[in-house]
Design a protein around this ligand. Structure first.
Ligand code: GDP
Ligand code: MG
Length: 190
């Protein structure tokens, strides 16, 4: 099924001049760019994007606690405290300098993009993924430096998340309904 997803190339990806490399990976597998722009996020956009949502805050904290336990490190914060701390860091970070906002469409786009992007922690992200190939950051190093993990990309985790996020970054008229030349090959019906 065709889906839309939101990808942000975060400040580390833009500042490291990896925009072309990253966009090329989405294009070459058959995904279609239907919206793209350079945006300097306001705190309002940052706060909407990294919403104060209990489920997401807990999931961020739980992922971090699991990683710390695996390393054998002691955890002093609750999952919620970690989630809130990371959210505050992310809101500051995402607004620090311009990001590239991209709306991408294609067959199972949300899950496919997450696979191309790789795991949250670049130290564990598989080689071949964007985070695995272009970042050496880790939960531990980021926490010690009081900043979010520099993993280059935000990509929507679920279809509902994508629908919410696309509206934050794009107006309807900034999204384009067009056909790639190769779409007739993959999407044809018999
Ligand atoms: P994603 O969907 O893979 O990007 O991961 P999440 O939605 O769980 O977290 C959002 C972003 O917060 C990540 O991409 C990281 O930049 C950052 N982040 C997540 N967990 C941590 C953490 O434990 N410590 C720090 N410093 N940053 C984190
Ligand atoms: Mg996420």
């Amino acid at each position: 099924m065709k889906e839309k997803s939101l990808v942000l190339i975060k400040p580390d990806g833009v500042q490291r001049a990896l925009v072309g490399e990253i966009i090329g990976r989405f294009e070459r597998c058959g995904l279609k760019i239907i919206g793209l722009k350079v945006v300097k996020a306001t705190q309002e956009i940052a706060g909407e994007h990294y919403a104060n949502d209990e489920k997401w805050l807990l999931s961020v904290g739980e992922k971090a606690i699991e990683a710390a336990k695996k390393r054998g490190d002691e955890v002093t914060e609750t999952a919620m405290e970690i989630g809130q701390r990371v959210r505050n860091q992310l809101m500051e970070y995402i607004a620090m300098s311009p990001v590239i906002a991209i709306c991408i469409e294609g067959h199972n786009a949300v899950a496919k993009i997450r696979k191309l992007v790789g795991g949250t922690n670049p130290q564990d992200a598989e080689p071949g993924t964007i985070r695995g190939d272009y970042s050496i950051d880790s939960f531990k190093m980021a926490d010690q430096s009081g900043r979010p993990i520099q993993n280059l990309i935000h990509a929507s985790g679920e279809v509902a998340e994508a629908e919410r996020e696309i509206k934050i970054w794009f107006k309807d008229e900034e999204l384009f309904d067009w056909e790639r030349a190769d779409e007739a090959l993959i999407y044809r019906t018999v």
